[in-house]
Design a protein around this ligand. Structure first.
Ligand code: OAD
Length: 243
């Protein structure tokens, strides 16, 4: 079947669906110039940097300044980036498909800046901090006035879910509910290597959803339709079939 026929089929699934869930990962922001974590080209962040030294509670305890500088570097990349055609298409799809629920593993703010409204963030937010003792979450001052930042005498940490940590249980429950309820699940730009986010796809499949993967290097999970290509190319093409 040609790519165009696949696109038409995917669009007809979306049109018929009473509820649509979207799961995005780092690949969605790749065409905005934000590096992914893992990748075929060897340029993924976790190929260059050791996550155990930067993205664990132990790493933070050992060297909070190093960890904060790593997230400053990441924040800087995002500040200087703009949403791409894929982010904008997803934001417009929310208007075309009012049931659409967007779940992202990304900690950048590009979905939001593109205009998506109904966003569930599984892994936190680069632009927020939270207390190391209290659980208060605050927007980060920009630029940071001190590294590591403090509030009322308490050291703050990035509001990011690190390796070895649990996801917020309410957020995870919302994401799993959206997976179970989905008639169509779009899985875009994720390697599906990180749990529990990776469970969203099998959960949706088991619950009877049609699953469409958009990725230039797809996982090709049995039972899913693949639209092979980048998010900024495939999503506008899919949107065009829906209008
Ligand atoms: P990965 O870096 O593991 O995977 C990126 C995926 O995007 C791969 O499958 C690529 O083939 C695909 N990709 C690359 N360029 C693309 C493009 N232009 N369009 C579409 N897809 C493209 O990223 P995630 O699966 O999001 O955790 O990683 C999951 C988690 O691992 C992240 O949330 C992060 C990391 O540790 C935290 O930040 C807590």
């Amino acid at each position: 079947m040609t790519e165009n026929l696949e696109l038409k089929k995917a669009a007809s699934w979306l049109k018929q669906a009473k509820s649509v869930t979207v799961l995005t990962g780092a690949g969605v922001s790749q065409e905005s110039g934000i590096p992914t974590f893992r990748g075929a080209s060897g340029e993924g962040l976790w190929e260059k940097y050791n996550p155990m030294e930067l993205a664990t509670p132990e790493a933070f305890e050992k060297d909070p300044e190093l960890v904060w500088r790593w997230y400053e570097y990441r924040r800087d990349l995002v500040r200087n980036a703009r949403p791409n055609a894929g982010h904008y298409s997803l934001a417009r799809l929310e208007n075309l498909l009012p049931s659409l629920s967007l779940i992202t593993q990304n900690v950048d703010d590009l979905h939001q800046r593109a205009g998506s409204r109904n966003i569930t963030r599984l892994h936190g937010n680069l632009f927020e901090a939270r207390g190391t003792q209290s659980s208060c979450v605050i927007p980060l001052p920009d630029p940071l006035r001190e590294i590591p930042p403090h509030q009322e005498g308490e050291m703050l940490r990035p509001n990011i879910v690190w390796f070895g940590e649990s996801l917020d249980s309410k957020i995870l429950a919302r994401a799993f509910d959206a997976a179970r309820q989905a008639e169509v699940l779009l899985v875009i730009g994720t390697s599906l290597q990180v749990y529990p986010a990776a469970l969203i796809l099998p959960l949706a499949l088991e619950s009877g959803a049609r699953v469409i993967e958009i990725n230039p290097f797809p996982s090709r999970v049995p039972g899913t339709m693949v639209l092979e290509g980048t998010a900024a190319k495939i999503l506008p093409a899919l949107e065009a079939e829906l209008i």
